[in-house]
Design a protein around this ligand. Sequence first.
Ligand code: HEC
Ligand code: HEC
Ligand code: HEC
Ligand code: HEC
Length: 127
Amino acid sequence: MNARTIVTLVLVGLLTVLFVGAAQSQDDMVQLKADAFVTHTRPAAVFVHDEHNEKAGVEDCNACHHVYEDGKFMADDDSAGTACSECHMLKANGRQPGLMVAYHKQCKSCHEAEGKGPMACGQCHVK
Ligand code: HEC
Ligand code: HEC
Ligand code: HEC
Ligand code: HEC
């Protein structure tokens, strides 16, 4: 092995570690703090992804990770793994609510419909 090969191997190794380290999974998600909000005025929202969905009995990923085409909900498609902020900007855009409203509306409308789950600020934004 020459020096150049070794340097290349070390770089590939480092990149692999960085990439795997950065790849996120929902399994260990316990709270939501979207980087897209430049400053946070509230504590991060409690959301233990897998446990929440199990307790709530939500099986379809697209109940939250939706996909719309021409304003139509795509029942067989989902956007799991894509952050809400990839599509929802801070400001609303047509029928697409701004990021904070998107979260609030999605979380609270289901809690309201189910008659279960937190509705008050401090129950989600727990200090
Ligand atoms: C059902 C849970 C839930 C409830 C209830 C709730 N929020 Fe949130 N809120 C969230 C989530 C989820 C986010 C997005 C994640 C984050 O904080 O970055 C968020 C984001 C925010 C943000 C933007 C980020 C920040 O920290 O500045 C503000 C402001 C906010 N909420 C205020 C409130 C206020 C005020 C209330 C009560 C009127 C409230 N929320 C009730 C879940 C909730
Ligand atoms: C009750 C709503 C809800 C349901 C149902 C749901 N998720 Fe999520 N999931 C979220 C939210 C909210 C986030 C955070 C999105 C963000 O960062 O903007 C998230 C994040 C993720 C992430 C990214 C993890 C990370 O750390 O960034 C993956 C992957 C994911 N979900 C997969 C799934 C899969 C697969 C399903 C179906 C088995 C599913 N989700 C069902 C709400 C939900
Ligand atoms: C791939 C892009 C995309 C992603 C990712 C996405 N959305 Fe949306 N969302 C849209 C579009 C487009 C609309 C407008 C739909 C219409 O035309 O009525 C919308 C509408 C909404 C609405 C209003 C309609 C409704 O369903 O009540 C809420 C609330 C919402 N999104 C919340 C979220 C949340 C929370 C996340 C992350 C878990 C998320 N969205 C992820 C594209 C996206
Ligand atoms: C599709 C319906 C649905 C959506 C969407 C939803 N929830 Fe829930 N949530 C529930 C139900 C049902 C419960 C009550 C579960 C039980 O019986 O304990 C719950 C309970 C909770 C609890 C109490 C602790 C727990 O994990 O049981 C928190 C915190 C919570 N939700 C946060 C959120 C946040 C934050 C969002 C938005 C990112 C959200 N939920 C979106 C249905 C939903």
